[in-house]
Design a protein around this ligand. Structure first.
Ligand SMILES: Cc1cc2nc3c(=O)[nH]c(=O)nc-3n(C[C@H](O)[C@H](O)[C@H](O)COP(=O)(O)OP(=O)(O)OC[C@H]3O[C@@H](n4cnc5c(N)ncnc54)[C@H](O)[C@@H]3O)c2cc1C
Length: 307
């Protein structure tokens, strides 16, 4: 059903953002196609909303048509699991543990939906969503055509995919994973360990949208700065300098603008400490970029999506 003037901050992990002119919740592929047709009729641009855990929504909201694909299908055939794009990673992982299938444990505690994770090739603890994917199904927003891609055709890279390259021209609707039979207890234990690590290190006490910037690939560090920064290299899964380290070295930890703050606990997070607006967050993002560029000649690249 079509809704109008829907406050988006209620769908955003950040609790920031103005209203969507149009809002369409779809629980089937048919309903997604109906929504896309309606958006065309209304001549409105389309945005796909997942769990809102990686998204900075402007204070003025969105003048177009937001589609929320709540596709919750979850099946197993042999060692292959097929899941709808709207399923929360938390629920997908619970399912694999129950089914004694191993391969997604690295994603323990990863917030958001499967669709969002595929678009950004989400990763943590050396794993990435691409590792066990067999195929991804999507819908072309303009033509309504269903496309099935192999993992190779998805062109996954570091926090990158063909869906990200296409800048929102497709709705991801489903993906299949090939997993390995394992022990339910061991799978659950591995997932719990990741959740525990995140609770200890991430500033979960405040609304946030995860890491604001990508870590910096070692190959992108200017040679003149290499010796000074090389001690901080980690594998993510390529060799990187954690952006959090750069922000600490640039004395930006704890820096506040309005209700937004560069986290003390994990400086690559900008937390909403007191009714922050998107403008406050953007001002901190720009300050971080400018300072790191000046101090280390490194260009920070945003990992979060701006609506
Ligand atoms: C506390 C915390 C920790 C985090 N840790 C990590 C981490 O370790 N690793 C990591 O990679 N990320 C991390 N993130 C970021 C975020 O959780 C992931 O990027 C997540 O995969 C985003 O999914 P989402 O459903 O919330 O997407 P959203 O935030 O809703 O959207 C993000 C982008 O994906 C697009 N999108 C969403 N669903 C679809 C779909 N079905 N079809 C097409 N496009 C779609 C949106 O249009 C948007 O461009 C973290 C976030 C938080 C808050």
């Amino acid at each position: 059903m079509l809704q109008e003037h829907v406050p988006l901050h209620t769908y955003a992990n950040y609790k920031i953002g103005g209203p969507a002119r149009y809002f369409w919740r779809a629980t089937t592929v048919k309903e997604i196609k109906e929504g896309l047709l309606l958006a065309k009729k209304l001549k409105a641009k389309v945005f796909i909303l997942g769990g809102g855990t990686n998204l900075l929504i402007p204070d003025e909201g969105y003048s177009g048509f937001v589609v929320k694909p709540d596709l919750m299908m979850l099946t197993r055939r042999g060692n292959t699991v097929t899941a709808g794009a709207g399923i929360l990673m938390f629920d997908l992982l619970n399912f694999t543990a129950k089914e004694k299938l191993s391969g997604l444990e690295w994603a323990g505690g990863l917030p958001g939906t499967l669709g969002g994770a595929i678009r950004g090739n989400a990763g943590a603890f050396g794993g990435e969503i691409k590792d066990t994917i067999v195929s991804v199904k999507s819908i072309d927003i303009k033509t309504g055509k269903v496309i099935t891609r192999s993992r190779r055709a998805c062109r996954f890279g570091y926090r990158a995919s063909v869906f990200k390259e296409k800048k929102g021209r497709e709705v991801i609707v489903e993906a299949s994973f090939r997993l390995t039979p394992g022990d339910a207890k061991a799978i659950k234990k591995a997932i719990k360990a990741k959740i525990k690590y995140r609770l200890e290190r991430h500033p979960m006490e405040y609304p946030n949208i995860g890491s604001m910037f990508k870590n910096v690939a070692v190959k992108d560090v200017p040679k003149s700065r290499y010796n000074e920064l090389v001690y901080d290299v980690k594998t993510d899964p390529i060799p990187v300098i954690p952006t959090a380290r750069l922000l600490i070295k640039a004395n930006l930890r704890g820096k506040k603008i309005g209700g937004a703050m560069i986290s003390l606990k994990h400086p690559n997070f900008i937390v909403n400490v007191n009714k922050a607006s998107a403008k406050h967050v953007v001002a901190l993002l720009e300050l971080a970029k400018k300072t790191v560029k000046k101090k280390f000649s490194i260009t920070l690249v945003e990992e979060v999506e701006r609506l």
